[in-house]
Design a protein around this ligand. Structure first.
Ligand SMILES: [Zn+2]
Length: 472
């Protein structure tokens, strides 16, 4: 079975209490430096910006293709949008704290991180709030000096507030919004759905699944997503405090094969799928979707368990354990432990490639972020196997408690393993494959798997053909 995996970084965002108000005098959502008020009415879209100080130039740090220059029209005199070296820039003749635009919901391109708008067949669409993020500049020449390179910019990024009002139903962050949706982000964003699509509600999620999705997929998805959340709930031993939002848009049968792209922001999981392979029921496609939801849902439970935002060097803890949990859940739902050997054979091969130039911890600095997923996955199954109760979920809950005591370095991971009774020598071997540059990463990971009694059976051509991971 070939699995198509979608690797994404979940960006965990602070949620605002629903009672939050924005100051009427400045037009700013509390605590933000830039607020965008978006109104969707009778099919038209407008955005009105408020800045916390008068500005002459503000540029967009997302989507350098110049889409706003083409699709946004200024409604304020003395204000224009011009693409400068890739950055769409709002230019104001005289310094001002407001600017308004008529915008066209731009849905026709695929942008790697998150499309600004994603259409649903029923006429609804999602709006990605991160597209409204702005950075201040002195003037047009100042933006030109960046030569399209964000790293040249020196300044303080304002927190972005977005308010959204629509004459159609709105779903944001697991809830149907009554009135105006308010979202605050610092460098992230979320997908907000508006439209007349049928809203699906489960215990753990609320969502909109495109009505044109092929029937076999649609039927199964509803059930599968419910089953995935139930699996997580059973393993973690608690429910999510807040339901997840699931948004699944169908982009038709036009493309050949199967295509998907997805993102997870906060508790919102967005998936856009397309392709002629979807015409017939396909077990691999189903598995790849299950895997996406199981992985992203793992982050929601990690966060609820108290594992605060972990980024940078220690990402292997979060991504690795999310991968391990997703693999288990997909294998369990399939009732097929054999798939795990294939999954971990691929993980080992990819991990080996990412660790050729340096250790797992800090791999992101070498542009080898995927090591956090693949090697991190192997580290997670080794961890579970070394614990007396073999319980990865229980371990992460204990780790969250220990980190709350104030020790947040990644070494705390190993210290918690020790406290829970894992063998000290095995912990040292595991720490070695996380922190050290390995001369033969593949062999070092095979040795660590053996030490953890996972006993991978390696064939003559170096492939894992079986591994001793019991299905939970
Ligand atoms: Zn992830």
């Amino acid at each position: 079975m070939t699995k198509i995996q979608v690797f994404l970084t979940a960006i965990f965002l602070c949620l605002l209490p629903p009672s939050m108000l924005f100051a009427q005098d400045t037009g700013l959502v509390d605590g933000t430096g830039v607020t965008a008020h978006i109104v969707h009415e009778q099919g038209t879209w407008t955005v009105t910006y408020h800045f916390d100080r008068p500005q002459k130039a503000m540029f967009f740090n997302r989507y350098t293709g110049g889409y706003r220059e083409r699709f946004w029209t200024s409604l304020s005199s003395g204000v224009e949008i011009r693409n400068i070296g890739g950055f769409d820039t709002i230019l104001l003749d005289t310094p001002s704290t407001t600017a308004s635009f008529d915008i066209t919901a731009y849905t026709t391109i695929n942008i790697p991180d998150a499309n600004p708008f994603i259409p649903f067949t029923d006429g609804g669409l999602t709006l990605f709030t991160g597209q409204f993020d702005l950075l201040p500049a002195l003037d047009a020449a100042d933006v030109a000096d960046l030569q399209g390179d964000l790293f040249r910019w020196q300044g303080k990024q304002p927190t972005l507030g977005v308010t959204f009002t629509s004459d159609e139903p709105v779903i944001m962050e697991g809830a149907l919004i009554d009135g105006t949706a308010v979202h605050v982000t610092f460098g992230g964003g979320t997908h907000i759905y508006t439209g007349l699509g049928r809203i699906e509600e489960g215990n753990s999620f609320v969502g909109v699944i495109d009505s044109a999705l092929p029937e076999w997929l649609r039927e199964n998805l509803d059930e599968e997503v419910t089953a995935i959340f139930a699996e997580h709930e059973k393993r973690w031993g608690f429910e999510l405090e807040q339901r997840a939002t699931l948004l699944i848009a169908f982009d038709g049968y036009g493309a050949s094969g199967y295509r998907n792209s997805g993102s997870a922001f906060g508790n919102t999981l967005m998936l856009q799928i397309a392709g002629d392979a979807l015409r017939n029921e396909d077990a691999d496609i189903m598995d790849s979707m299950r895997w996406f939801f199981a992985h992203e849902a793992a982050h929601l439970y990690q966060l609820t368990a108290g594992l605060e935002i972990l980024s940078g060097d220690s990402t292997w803890m979060m991504e690795g354990s999310a991968n391990a949990m997703a693999n288990q859940i997909v294998a369990s739902l399939d009732g097929n432990a054999v798939n795990l050997a294939e999954t971990y054979d691929r993980a080992l091969t990819e991990c080996d490639a990412y660790l050729q130039d340096g250790p797992l911890e800090g791999a992101g600095k070498r542009d080898a972020e995927l090591a956090y997923y693949e090697c991190g996955d192997l580290v997670a199954i080794i961890t579970a196997s070394l614990l007396p109760d073999h319980n990865l979920h229980g371990f992460l809950k204990e780790l969250a408690l220990d980190r709350r005591e104030g020790s947040t370095g990644s070494w705390q991971y190993f210290s918690t393993m020790h406290r829970l009774g894992a063998d000290p020598d095995a912990i040292i071997s595991l720490a070695d494959i996380v922190y050290k540059k390995l001369s033969d990463p593949r062999q070092a990971y095979i040795d660590a798997l053996n030490e953890a009694r996972l006993y991978p059976l390696v064939s003559g051509d170096g492939r894992i053909v079986s591994i001793n991971i019991p299905l939970e």
